[in-house]
Structures are given as C-alpha cells and as structure tokens.
Design a protein around this ligand. Structure first.
Ligand code: ADE
Ligand code: ZN
Length: 375
C-alpha cells in the first residue's frame, strides 16, 4: 500500500494542511489546487493594470526606512528591521496611522523622497503596472519643517526617470490630512500652486471618523477652481453618509475605499448609475480590521452590482502586499473568475485620469493579453 504525503493550502493562502494518506485522491486534490493557484498567480502577474490608490509614504519598507535613517543620522526606536516588522499589527486605522507618521519622519531630503518613489515604481513596473496615480501627504512633512519643494521635487524626479527607464506612467494626487483643520489644507494648496503642472488632483486621507468630507468643502472648491480634479477617502471606517458628502460637497471623481457604501441602497444605486469608481484595497481592509476575513470582503457583491471597482495596495510596505498580492489574495478568498479579474484590471484604466485615447490603448493591451492567455 502506498502512502501519499499531501499538503492542502486554504483558499486564503494563509493556512496549510499537511498529512499522510493512503488515498491517492488526496494527492490529486493537492496537485489540482496548487496548479490552479499557480496558474492564477501567473495570470495576475502578467496582466497589464493600473494602480490608483497608493500612498507613497506607505511604500517606505523597513529596510529602506533603516537605510534612510542611517544616511540622515536619525535614531529609530526599533533596534532592527525584524523588530520593526513585529509591530506591524494594527487594530484599526488610527493604530496604523501612528506608525505610518512615525516612519515618515526619516524622510528629510530630496534624495529620500526620490529613492522611496523610485523603489515603488520599480516594484510596480515589475508587477506589470503600466500606470499609477500616487498620493502624497505634504503636511506630514511640512509640519516638521521639510520644504514643500523638497517633497515634490524628489517624488517628481523619480516619476520622470521611471517613465524613461521602465515606461511606467504616473500622476500625483496631493492629499490633505483630514484630522488637521481646513486652514492648514488651504495653506498647503497655496504652496502647491507653483507646482500645479505636477499634480493632477487633490485628495483627502488620514483619520476618517469625526472628520467628514464637508469639513473640507471650501478648500476643495478652491482646488477645483484652480483646475485640480478631486478624490477622497470615504467609507473606509466612516459611514455611508461620508461617501454622500464626498460626492455632494467635494464633487469627487473617485471614492477611495467606499466599503461602507454597501450599507446604503440608494447610495449603491447612485454609484452604479454614475459609474463612480471605488478604489478598493483588500489587504489594507484586512490588516486594518475593516473586514475580519477576506472571505467577507464586499468586493464580490460590488462586482455583481456593477459598481466600477478597482484593486489597489494602499500602503504596501505595511499591509504585506503590492498590487498583485492584493489581486491574488482577493481572487482566492472570493473565488473570482479570470473574467472578473480582467474586468477589475480594465476598470483600473477606465477609472484613471488618463485621457480617453490612452485608456483605450491600455484596455486593448488587456484584450491582447487575454487573447494569448486563454481565459
Ligand atoms: N493614509 C495612508 N493610508 C491611509 C488609509 N488607508 N486611510 C486613510 N488615510 C491613509
Ligand atoms: Zn488610502
């Protein structure tokens, strides 16, 4: 009698069952599961895509944080990269933000902002991200004495170099910190005006609950009058009502996250009717306990209701995955088909701030990919 060693991996890729069985079908199960999952990972990796919800400060991984701290002669309160990684467990958004702002303190020079941005773009390009729209938080830096110019010039130079070296295209979205007051946001907008050509839109991020979009109505009006597009984080931890406010008071072109929209039927109808994009971030939602299990993530329902949803990594250095890991994890958890995955990738271009011709060309690239990688 032969015995077979089997290893079964759970759908969420987070658990393994290892055992010995006399039953050859166990081995077949294992083989089929793994083969299917590897094929899916390869398919996702090669798929052309855009990333629309990515905080550049959230790409500062522990290795780079230590390297930059050393260069700037800054003491980090953790002894090593491993010790720092051990504290990356969060019970909510604020818990994460505390560490995220602390991490950003090592960034001082144009070179620091350049290196962080370059390293994200290199990684994104290796994951077949053809276009990205990147958030940056100037107040996180200007409030500790770093010049606006230092931040934007470092980031912008990396975008230009990466475009030349990898062909990846990128746009910048300047976010206001919603836990600060509107006057501080207005001051930041004024600082940004000489750099208008480098920034496509303004956004709203940081601690959501208690800081509704309506608090920033005036600064968003000013920004729109200056020609900026607008987006806002809403419905991540905050209620569906904050999503309504972002639509009605801030005139946004996209909602970042938007999970709690699913609690309001009229809002869902409105988002579907207007095809308002939602930039969803599965691993972020899991790590910040917006969902306690990816299997309970609303993405599948969002797709079924015909919402224009996209997949993004949010703060990949903190949440354990870049964009492809987000696609893979949610595809596994919700058993998404290749058709659904392709739709998400097409949505990512559709929801972007590229012009219509560029969108069409990018979506054609996905169709070509599908043609050569049977769906
Ligand atoms: N800043 C960085 N990541 C964020 C998130 N997920 N929500 C709100 N603000 C953020
Ligand atoms: Zn975000």
């Amino acid at each position: 009698m032969s015995h077979y060693l089997y290893i079964l991996q759970s759908k969420s890729l987070s658990k393994f069952n290892i055992g010995i069985s006399e039953n050859p079908e166990r081995r077949l199960d294992f083989h089929n599961t793994i083969t299917k999952e590897i094929q899916m990972i390869k398919f996702i990796n090669g798929l052309p895509k855009a990333e629309l919800h990515l905080h550049i400060e959230g790409t500062l991984n522990p290795e780079l944080m230590f390297k930059i701290a050393k260069r700037n002669k800054i003491e980090i309160k953790y002894k090593s990269v491993d010790e720092l990684k051990k504290v990356y467990h969060f019970s909510n958004l604020q818990d994460f933000l505390n560490l995220y702002y602390q991490g950003a303190e090592v960034l001082r020079t144009e070179e620091d902002f350049y290196e962080m941005t370059w390293s994200y773009l290199e990684k994104a390009s290796s994951q077949n991200v053809l276009h990205c729209e990147i958030f940056f938080d100037p107040q996180t830096h200007t409030n500790r004495g770093i010049k606006f110019e230092t931040v934007i010039n470092g980031i912008h130079k990396a975008l230009t170099d990466a475009k030349n070296d990898f062909g990846i295209s990128a746009k910048l979205i300047m976010c206001f910190l919603r836990d600060l007051d509107e006057d501080s946001a207005i001051k930041t907008l004024q600082e940004a005006l000489p750099h208008k050509d480098k920034i496509i839109a303004v956004g709203l991020d940081s601690a959501e609950i208690g800081n509704p979009p309506s608090k920033f109505k005036n600064v968003f009006n000013l920004a729109r009058n200056e020609g900026f597009l607008t987006v806002a984080h809403a419905g991540e931890e905050g209620p569906a009502n904050y999503v309504w406010e972002a639509l009605e008071h801030l005139n946004v072109s996209r909602i970042d996250h938007g999970n709690n929209s699913m609690n309001d039927k009229d809002l869902i109808d409105q988002l579907v009717k207007s095809q308002m994009p939602l930039t969803v971030c599965p691993l972020s939602n899991l790590k910040l306990k917006v969902v306690d299990d990816l299997k309970k993530h609303p993405l599948k329902k969002m797709i079924q209701k015909n919402l224009l949803v996209t997949i993004n990594s949010d703060d990949p250095a903190y949440f354990g995955g870049y964009v492809n890991e987000n696609y893979t994890a949610i595809a596994n958890a919700l058993d998404l088909s290749k058709e659904e995955i392709c739709k998400l990738a097409k949505n990512s271009f559709q929801a972007s701030f590229l012009d219509d011709d560029q969108k069409e060309r990018m979506i054609e690239k996905i169709d070509e990919y599908i043609g050569t990688h049977q769906v």
